[in-house]
Design a protein around this ligand. Structure first.
Ligand SMILES: [Ca+2]
Length: 89
């Protein structure tokens, strides 16, 4: 009985640890860039808040921005024309 309970607790702890790692993983980090020059070193065509916003940039002749909502919202000040993509290029 005790062993079963211990195992369940271990599984729960493992799942919790995995979730915590997922939240803080670099790929998910909402990096705040000083300006578009800095952002373009990582995201050549800027960062879009959604795939719809990214597609809009492509239709307008820009490169396809990375779809990274968290990064977009951390750098929303760089979306001067408020079209859903920061630093489109
Ligand atoms: Ca924009």
């Amino acid at each position: 009985m005790n062993k079963t309970r211990l195992t369940a607790a271990s599984v729960l702890a493992a799942v919790t640890a995995t979730l915590a790692v997922g939240v803080t993983a670099p790929a998910d980090a909402a990096t705040k860039f000083a300006n578009c020059t800095a952002m373009h070193k990582v995201y050549k065509h800027g960062v879009a808040k959604s795939s719809t916003a990214a597609a809009k940039q492509v239709r307008q002749g820009y490169g396809r921005p990375a779809v990274k909502p968290k990064v977009y919202w951390a750098n929303v000040k760089s979306d001067r024309d408020k079209d859903g993509t920061a630093c489109e290029a």
